[in-house]
Structure formats: structure tokens, C-alpha cells
Design a protein around this ligand. Sequence first.
Ligand SMILES: [Zn+2]
Ligand SMILES: [Zn+2]
Ligand SMILES: [Zn+2]
Length: 230
Amino acid sequence: MIIHKNKKSIYEKCKAAGICTRCKKRPAIQRPERISPLVNCEECAAVLKVGAKERAAARTNRLKAFGRCVQCGKHPAIEGYTRCQTCRKKGTDCARRTQPKRHENRKARGLCKLCGARPHIESMKHLKTPMCEPCFYKVCSQRALGNRQYWEALKTKLISQNFKCAYTGRHLIFGVNASVDHILPVARYPHLKSDPNNIQWVAKNINYMKNNFLSEEFLALVKEIAAYRL
Ligand SMILES: [Zn+2]
Ligand SMILES: [Zn+2]
Ligand SMILES: [Zn+2]
């Protein structure tokens, strides 16, 4: 137990001093934009990287088989979860603390605020949450269809419409006017809420105007207005 404690304090000392926690000689890699600093030097990081995924997966499987927490490995996991109460709480607390910072960090670096993996779409940079293309489609899919899984169908649809509004032919821009419309309105056809075949891309203001109308009703109304007023 004492050995364990010593080991830990050396680790912490190295971490605080910015020295590699493995070789304890060379300086750790510096990435100032990262929230949690890297703890290894280039050489050690390269060594540790070999087979790291496999080793981690093997450890997880081993702990799962024993019904132990996959994070700390000490406490039994809660029924139906993979971690213990303490680790779960630690996880949520940590996320609550670091997530806003991480998200702002991504935004400042021109990356998608949601995944941080790809640059965000240029036309979305003025928004609170600028996203990359896949994330944009995923959010649209979640909002319109109640599930992220249809994002590729939404993408295919927009491409097939040539990025044009189904009613006005206006060019649709991400984060500006592109919006998903249910062809048969959900208010009247609730069972078609999550049907990816029931959607079309329209300009945002057209979507508000169409409201709960069927296509024919909407077009008839537009004609009526035009005939009376123009
Ligand atoms: Zn090292
Ligand atoms: Zn735990
Ligand atoms: Zn993204």
C-alpha cells in the first residue's frame, strides 16, 4: 500500500513539473490548448500508444466479466451500468466543469463545437453552436425525426434538391435558412414523425408559413393570396 502511495506521489510530482511520468526525465509534450495536460514525452507516448487500445479493451472486458467498475476497478459496478457510483459522479462532475471550456475552446479554434473533430461550417460561425456538416445533419435529424440515425438520409435529400428550397428554389445555407419540413405535417400524421421519406428541405420562413398545411393546401393558399393582392 505504501509503495502504491509513493508511486502516486511521484506521478503527481512529475505531472505538476511537466516532466514525463513514464521516463521521469524528458519534458512532457506541451499542448497549451488542451484542458488536461499531456503527461508523457514524445518517445514514451509512442511506446505507450502501441497496443494501447487492445490493452484498454482487454481490461474493460475483464472488469465487466467480474461485475467491477471499468474505471476504478475497485468497486462493484451499479446494476445495469459499467461504473460504480463514485466514478459515475466523478464523470458527471468533471464533464460539468470541463465541457463548457472545451466547447468554447473548439469554437475559438474554428472547430465544430459538438465533435471538435472537423472545422465548423463557415456560414455557421456567427451562431452560438457552429458545427461541422455531419453534426449539423445529426442535429437536424434528432430535432425533426427524433433520432440522429437518419442524418445521411437528410444529407442525400439536400444534395438531391441541389441545396434549393422545395417551394421557392432559394439557395439553402447551413445555419442561415436551411430547415427540415415534414411533407405530411406531423400534427396531422403523427405516425410519420420519424419517417425519413416524409421530409424535404425548405427555407426557414417557408417552413413557418406552411405550418400544418399539406403541400396542395399551402400552394392553393399562396395562389389565392397572389390572385387577390397582386
Ligand atoms: Zn518519457
Ligand atoms: Zn469506480
Ligand atoms: Zn462535428
